[in-house]
Design a protein around this ligand. Structure first.
Ligand code: ACO
Length: 319
């Protein structure tokens, strides 16, 4: 028994914040942001929109694309680092908004920008283990709520959005393998220290980041996850048709594409228009490519992500 993606959906809030808008907020320039990151604009949630609302829109589109009845969904996993509430989980809030009464498990996964690969890998285990037949797997974020809009080092990088997939039990091969890692020794490279329940709960509720160290770390672990994924499956670089990477920075993505020997035409790139939407970036990119008709059934896709923790991982699948 395999698990296979049968539908994708995504949602971006209406409000667009361009680099030129940011020039009026902090000491930066459109050219600096584009040359260092590839980002031109990002979407920002409205005051009355929460992560679960973004997730709801993306989920409805994925459900429609898969052609299923929402009541078939027996597992909901939401990758998010910006949940609506401390609890209940965003997945439970989403289950209620979708009116799903199946009683299947619903929970969030916190792996920051690796949230979607962690969530998809977990759903794959549930399906292969026979505990679930039809999973809704979502990456959804309102990063704008944890960004310090006076800090040019971070505020130019992030955006809001959501992406979702329906993952179903299938006799046809879908997900081939998943590979997850973490190293908490790097906890301070990228963090929001305040706002939790720790002794630092009165600390800053905003993101702090050592950008140069994050860049180096990301390129290194993504190189090794590519090697690990290929060798675990006895595959060559040339077996990969598409790279659907976490969208943090075009230079990090180019480094992974080079490692794979893939031309940039075979890399799904949305960071220019979405910024870094953390756990939402991979399913947003996947849905964009699917709806543009780029990815064809039977093609082999490598997804990879890296984020705070530090966490990193990959999902290899046949479309
Ligand atoms: N506008 C203008 N100048 C800026 C800005 C800005 N928005 N932000 C920082 N700078 C300045 C810095 O203050 C620094 O100035 P200084 O040298 O006087 O101290 C200088 O620019 C640094 O410039 P560079 O060394 O050329 O910057 P670099 O090439 O390292 O790019 C960047 C910086 C974009 C942050 C890069 O390191 C990066 O992308 N890192 C990865 C960060 C990331 O992706 N985080 C996301 C979360 S984790 C993940 O998703 C993988």
């Amino acid at each position: 028994m395999y698990s296979r993606i049968t539908g994708t959906g995504s949602y971006l809030p209406q409000k667009v914040l361009t680099n030129h808008d940011l020039e009026r907020m902090v000491d930066t320039s459109h050219d600096w942001i584009v040359s260092r990151t590839g980002i031109e604009e990002r979407h920002i949630a409205a005051d009355d929109e929460s992560t679960s609302d973004l997730a709801l829109h993306a989920s409805r589109r994925a459900i429609e694309a898969a052609g299923i009845d929402p009541q078939q969904i027996d597992l909901i996993i939401v990758g998010t680092t910006t949940p609506d509430r401390m609890f209940p989980s965003t997945a439970c809030l989403l289950q209620d908004k979708l009116g799903i009464k199946s009683g299947g498990p619903a929970f969030d996964i916190q792996a920051v920008c690796s949230g979607f690969v962690y969530a998809l890998s977990t759903a794959d285990q549930f399906i292969r283990g026979g505990q679930s037949k039809c999973a809704l797997v979502v990456g959804a974020e309102t990063m704008s709520r944890i960004v310090d809009w006076t800090d040019r080092n971070t505020c130019v990088l992030f955006g809001d959005g959501a992406g979702a997939v329906i993952l179903q039990a299938s006799e046809t091969e879908g997900i081939i393998s998943t590979h997850l890692h973490a190293d908490g020794g790097y906890k301070d490279l990228l963090a929001v220290e305040g706002g939790g329940c720790g002794v630092n709960r009165a600390g800053t509720p905003h993101m702090v980041m050592d950008g140069t160290a994050v860049f180096k770390f990301a390129v290194g672990v993504l190189d090794s996850i590519v090697e690990e994924t290929l060798s675990a499956n006895g595959m060559q670089k040339s077996d990969i048709d598409w790279l659907v990477p976490h969208q943090a920075n075009v230079r990090i993505i180019q480094a992974t594409a080079k490692k794979l020997g893939l031309p940039m035409e075979r890399v799904v790139l949305t960071v220019n228009a979405h910024g870094n939407t953390s756990a939402a970036s991979i399913p947003l990119a996947l849905d964009t490519a699917v709806r543009e008709g780029k990815i064809k059934r039977g093609e082999t896709i490598l997804m990879e992500g890296v984020g705070g923790g530090f966490t990193w991982g990959s999902v290899l699948l046949r479309w």
